[in-house]
Write a protein that binds this ligand. Sequence first.
Ligand SMILES: NC(=O)c1ccc[n+]([C@@H]2O[C@H](COP(=O)([O-])OP(=O)(O)OC[C@H]3O[C@@H](n4cnc5c(N)ncnc54)[C@H](O)[C@@H]3O)[C@@H](O)[C@H]2O)c1
Length: 469
Amino acid sequence: MAKLKKSPARRVNELKKALVEVKLSGRDNSGAGYTIEPAKGKLGVMIPGMGAVATTFVAGVEAVRKGIAHPIGSLTQMGTIRLGKRTDGRSPKIKDFVPLAGLDDLVFTGWDIFEDNMYAAARNAGVLERDLLDKVKGRLSAITPMKAVFDHEYVKKINGPNVKKGKNKMDLAEQLRQDIRDFKKSSRASRLVTIWCASTESFIKPKPIHQTVKSLEKAMYKNDKNIPPSMIYAYASLMEGVPFANGAPNLTVDIPAMLELAREREVPICGKDFKTGQTLLKTVLAPAFKARLLGLSGWYSTNILGNRDGEVLDDPGSFKTKEESKLGALEHILQPALYPELYGNIFHKVRINYYPPRGDNKEGWDNIDIFGWLGYPMQIKVDFLCRDSILAAPIVLDLVLFMDLAQRTPELRRLGIQEWLSFYLKSPMTAPGLYPEHDLFIQLMKLKNTLRYLKGEELITHLGLEYYD
Ligand SMILES: NC(=O)c1ccc[n+]([C@@H]2O[C@H](COP(=O)([O-])OP(=O)(O)OC[C@H]3O[C@@H](n4cnc5c(N)ncnc54)[C@H](O)[C@@H]3O)[C@@H](O)[C@H]2O)c1
């Protein structure tokens, strides 16, 4: 059947309409270029949870500052960004393209239920060798933890003495707010960022009290059991205008009340759960299967790890929180509703086993059952002998620097959720009703295009027809 031709007048009208829409939304493809406030002064990094990840991050930054190590794995430090055409030869380092805080400008503090300073905690975590830790001992020993807000009901496997007391959860939030103000003053930081590196809390679902700021605050006064410590830290941070990133799978900022608070106060938030080992590979392999339309019948993932995180995850409540976070990725990447013959019947299982001899050196096995042409089955086995905190530390650094960039960029901070940082997260937060992007390469493109957009550079679509004109 012949296609109906559009009349010239109708085409002109359509074009006019499209132009008006672009103007109204202010979002054409070339990137508008937005004001980013300069990264002047020090950036204070506040870390609830001074365990393996936090100490590996801080010790690493100190080692890089001293020139004795490279920031491997950090996009902000080593990554480049292509600008313009492939033939232009413009690929600056990301840190030279957008104004990020320099490593020399970072100052650190944290909260923990144990009293160990960062050097002792790093020794205890057993991730980095003593030789390296001793070279940065002075700086690490000077960071002692503030008293934590802790609830044993939410982390059943550990208990410690360095804990705040308060008449209710709002009182505890007030104490944290005071800590934040005191640190800002004593460190003379011009800006702050909070990043949750504390233990994974027991699984909870959003309740009516999590729906609005008002209901949350009321519930804090009433000591409602559905408010875990991570929410109290997040509330305190946002009330102080400090961005909050969540490195664990806890609900924390992923509730309507926190989104409301973040938007009202124009404070960036992001989460959940650092995307480090097994899920990183899952979000690389699954998109490859989908791209080639290879079917998937099962994916069995198991882990052994022996650090404190592994011990905490040995509790069924904390494991459930982690499990939910790890399971989501496949469903969203493979879109079974669109490809029922390929992905309509997947058996997906995730296990984490606490095995002390391994310490932080986790081993993650994946058995993947796929099928190809005419339904013939094949198997893939992945055995990733990784180091959990070595993979997590550069993510912490990048999130801190990018969250600080977001707080200096009005166009970003007023959004609340920073979805462009999904690249770093296992279970990324999105606007209500929007499904998350899990594919690592879509996430990277989203991140880099956001930076291009902020700087008024052309977005890269990889169309490339112009090279053949
Ligand atoms: N390492 C990774 O690859 C990775 C990946 C994704 C997520 N995570 C998450 O990051 C978090 C940290 O991991 P880790 O290996 O450093 O664990 P860790 O057990 O070594 O450190 C966590 C620290 O948090 C402290 N803590 C617990 N509750 C607290 C509270 N309410 N306030 C202050 N401190 C508290 C603990 O005492 C401990 O020192 C965990 O939730 C983990 O699930 C880690």
